[in-house]
Design a protein around this ligand. Sequence first.
Ligand code: HEC
Ligand code: HEC
Ligand code: HEC
Ligand code: HEC
Ligand code: HEC
Length: 191
Amino acid sequence: MSHIARKVRQALGTVAVAAGLFLAAGCGPVATSLLFDGVPPPPPPEAYCSGWLADKERAARGDVAPVTAPVVKGSVHAPYKEKRCTDCHDTGKQRGLILPPNKLCFSCHDDVVNGSTFVHAPAATGDCLACHRPHDSSFSALLKAEKAEICLTCHGEKRLAGGLHGKVAAAGVVCSDCHDPHAGDNRYFLK
Ligand code: HEC
Ligand code: HEC
Ligand code: HEC
Ligand code: HEC
Ligand code: HEC
């Protein structure tokens, strides 16, 4: 659970920092005008503070990673890139593959689900191609869809945790930030 708390904090962190700084420093001139009469009305707070606030936010987070990590575009499978086609293909065999599709990926990636208490149904059945493409993809990790979208290609059901899920999704946290897509020792493969 502490890991999830961390993810949520990461996502909401900037909002909290922004609000905190705003309250603490109060964008000086605006606050002052409330205390002393006869001071000409200041520009609207947003005009005054936006640049300043952005600078403070950047400083507060050491100008490191933004809340949402930049989207990695595109990926190529190492054996495909290296033209090791025969690692997977054998024209003499069924479907032109050395092993049936639900066994093929495990021949190199046996660590994806092995030794885990809970295994996600499609990974357990070797249906890796439900989420991945075998050669390359215009998305990260050979995924068939954007990482933020892939889970919803199957999970459209109304969930108990739906409210929580909607909130964190709005903050740019994706399913696989909290759930391992394949397996894990925690229920629901929570990280
Ligand atoms: C990691 C295993 C793997 C490697 C390496 C690989 N393939 Fe494939 N390839 C597959 C799988 C699995 C399919 C079947 C995809 C499906 O049925 O959805 C496939 C399908 C194909 C197809 C059928 C059409 C298509 O694109 O779906 C062709 C042609 C093909 N591969 C050519 C190649 C060539 C050429 C190479 C080497 C440059 C290569 N493959 C390397 C796993 C691999
Ligand atoms: C011949 C060995 C081999 C087979 C078979 C194989 N892979 Fe891979 N795969 C690799 C290697 C090597 C890498 C790169 C190193 C690593 O990440 O482990 C890789 C990486 C990956 C990655 C990470 C790619 C990235 O950009 O992050 C995914 C996803 C993946 N494989 C899925 C599959 C799927 C799905 C199958 C079955 C269709 C499969 N692999 C079959 C060798 C293989
Ligand atoms: C339900 C969708 C789904 C299925 C099914 C699935 N994967 Fe993945 N896989 C993902 C996602 C999402 C990622 C990216 C995780 C991330 O970047 O946080 C990923 C990442 C990977 C990686 C990169 C290293 C890692 O663990 O992050 C490998 C290797 C991989 N998958 C192999 C497989 C193999 C082999 C299978 C079949 C046994 C499989 N996957 C089935 C969704 C899936
Ligand atoms: C190819 C379809 C498919 C995709 C894509 C998919 N799932 Fe699933 N998922 C299933 C199936 C089937 C089950 C088993 C349903 C059940 O047990 O009620 C399941 C079960 C789960 C469970 C366990 C539910 C329980 O009650 O134990 C979690 C958590 C989960 N998926 C998360 C994810 C996440 C996160 C992703 C994206 C990385 C994802 N799923 C993508 C098909 C999918
Ligand atoms: C901030 C972390 C977090 C994110 C992001 C997240 N989940 Fe969850 N998810 C949880 C927690 C915690 C539970 C366990 C709730 C419980 O015990 O009822 C859960 C439970 C689930 C379950 C099983 C229980 C149920 O309600 O059916 C599924 C399926 C599921 N999540 C899918 C998803 C999908 C799909 C996404 C992306 C749209 C997602 N989760 C994003 C934390 C997260």
